[in-house]
Design a protein around this ligand. Structure first.
Ligand SMILES: Cc1cc2nc3c(=O)[nH]c(=O)nc-3n(C[C@H](O)[C@H](O)[C@H](O)COP(=O)(O)OP(=O)(O)OC[C@H]3O[C@@H](n4cnc5c(N)ncnc54)[C@H](O)[C@@H]3O)c2cc1C
Length: 510
């Protein structure tokens, strides 16, 4: 294998964007290294199947350590091990976040590139929006973003009307200037099928002669010589080989990036000593700042009449709200509701059969709890110790109680009376703050948005600088969810693509 100009490790959401954009000139020799293979499971494309395809052979199948904030439960964290990465598992909701979410990124880095205005060209460039071009939307991008209309499930329409009847503003879609309000989810679906980042960005350009895709190839460790990466050791077909490039980009995601760096001798001194890896570059903050969204699953209602199956992806509308009151229309949201066309409960509860129930999910948009990822060993197969520190702050617990309160207000409103027979969960016996907290601890499930283990920042501890270069190394960048300093209000995929688009644009122009 020859020498590449750019070697990208991880062919997931961000990696697919980079592989496309950085090879677009036809000259730059780009290699994309992906541990998984091509997505061959037909269920990946079926939007309604998304909750049922976890745990298959294209999932890394991570798990958290027991969480004191959620009744000592371990939470499964699926992550895609396949070209397209976690975009082959995700729920297809396309929500950029509130513009203010990115103000804190600009503050953390001192760079307006990561403000909403800085990222807006990247958001627009990535998408092809079904409702046409506006100041906020593009129609020329690789990723279809579909705003459903008549195909929204009737129980979801009733839930959005219920919100409006209580004074929640109506939005045209999630990705304009405001986020608080009711709207169907914008979805990365075309002709009724999931479009992954690989479908959108990678597969259409596989015939570029300057793009090499090495699937089934796992990065074991980076080889370092002082302040440069000189190669990456990979495992392919049972053999260890070394790949060489001028520039290296990590796009392995929030979990795999810090693990690869630690296996390579970069990270917290104590962790590396524990797993027997010689320390080459001390980075105490690597793996810290782990954050994730939770959802309460759920506020379940037995339905008065059969709930028709979803024509979309089951959870068809996220409703962002201020914790102050239900009618505030501006600013960053604090809590979120979601309506699912069937029963949606954590492993702690039984639920009525599909068709006989619907669920209001509820959660917190900006959790203040911060966790940590630690390695358990120096091997590729050593599962990390993932501690998102769920619900460790009173602020998070208070917002969660508020979110359930709102779910119940919407669920018990007059506008839902055609559907509601009775509340099944939490049920009428759960009323006091202590009862609600205990219910939430058992109901909370991941919303699947872990970020932040290689955060960007201007401070000394940050892992990457504002240009996403790893501090202390000249030719290594990190580009994906792991660099987020903080969570966005909603699902993170749209922002990951915009970060990758923005980075690629900068890299090309330099
Ligand atoms: C079940 C589920 C539902 C979700 N729902 C939504 C949603 O509706 N909307 C939304 O916005 N977001 C959603 N998300 C989150 C979103 O999909 C992810 O945050 C996003 O895809 C992560 O992108 P990434 O580029 O950071 O990492 P990934 O897409 O995970 O890519 C990392 C890639 O690196 C590869 N890799 C890892 N280690 C190595 C190695 N050592 N060598 C080579 N390759 C390696 C992996 O196999 C993977 O392909 C969901 C996620 C899940 C799992």
């Amino acid at each position: 294998m020859g020498k590449y100009n750019v070697l990208i490790i991880g062919g997931g959401s961000a990696g697919c964007v980079l592989a496309n954009r950085l090879s677009a000139d036809g000259r730059t020799a780009v290699a994309l290294v992906e541990a998984g293979g091509r997505p061959t499971d037909p269920d990946i494309a079926v939007p309604q199947m998304w909750p049922f395809i976890q745990g298959r052979d294209f999932d890394w199948c991570y798990e958290t350590i027991p969480q004191p904030g959620t009744a000592n439960r371990r939470h499964a964290w699926p992550r895609g091990k396949v070209l397209g990465g976690s975009s082959c598992l995700h729920a297809m909701a396309h929500v950029r976040g509130h513009p203010e979410d990115f103000a804190s990124w600009a503050d953390a880095t001192g760079s307006s590139r990561w403000s909403y205005d800085g990222l807006l060209p990247g958001f627009i460039k990535s998408e092809s929006f079904s409702e046409g071009q506006t100041a906020y939307h593009g129609t020329e991008g690789p990723l279809p973003v579909y705003l459903p209309g008549d195909d929204v499930n009737p129980v979801i329409s009733a839930y959005m009307q219920a919100g409006q009847s209580l004074g929640v503003p109506k939005l045209s879609d999630h990705n304009g200037p405001e986020l608080i309000g009711t709207t169907p989810n914008s979805l990365t679906i075309r002709n009724g099928q999931r479009v992954s980042a690989a479908d959108a960005y990678l597969f259409p350009v596989l015939d570029r002669s300057n793009l090499t895709v090495l699937s089934g190839t796992a990065a074991l460790k980076l080889l370092l010589d002082r302040n440069r990466v000189t190669g990456v050791e990979v495992l392919q077909d049972g053999k260890i080989q070394t790949l060489v490039a001028d520039e290296y980009i990590l796009s392995g995601g929030t979990i795999a990036n810090p693990l690869l760096l630690m296996r390579s001798g970069i990270g917290p001194e104590e962790d590396l000593a524990r797993i027997g890896v010689p320390l080459l570059l001390r980075r105490e903050a690597l793996g810290q700042n782990l954050q994730d969204h939770l959802l309460g699953a759920g506020n379940v209602y037995r339905s008065r009449k059969p709930v028709p199956p979803s024509k979309l992806q089951l959870s068809e509308s996220l409703m962002y709200l201020s914790a102050e009151n239900l009618t505030r229309s501006e600013g960053k949201p604090d809590v979120v509701l979601g309506c699912v066309t069937g029963p949606s409960v954590s492993e702690c509860f039984d639920a009525p059969p599909p068709g006989e129930a619907y669920t209001l999910l509820f959660g917190v948009t900006h959790p203040t709890s911060r966790g940590v990822l630690r390695p358990s060993g120096a091997g590729l197969d050593d599962k990390p110790l993932l501690d998102p520190a769920y619900l460790q702050t009173e602020a998070d617990r208070a917002h969660f109680r508020r979110a359930l309160e709102y779910a119940r207000e919407v669920g018990h409103s007059e506008a839902m009376s055609d559907w509601r027979l009775e509340e099944v969960l939490p049920g009428r016996n759960v009323r006091t703050a202590a009862e609600v907290d205990a219910f939430i601890a058992r109901a909370a499930i991941t919303h699947h948005h872990p970020v932040g283990t290689c955060r960007m920042g201007a401070d000394e501890e940050a892992i990457v600088a504002e240009d996403l270069k790893v501090k202390g190394l000249d030719n290594l960048h990190i580009v994906d969810a792991s660099v987020f300093p903080t969570l966005t209000s909603g699902p993170v995929h749209a922002a990951i693509l915009a970060v990758a688009e923005t980075f690629a644009e900068e890299m090309i122009s330099h």
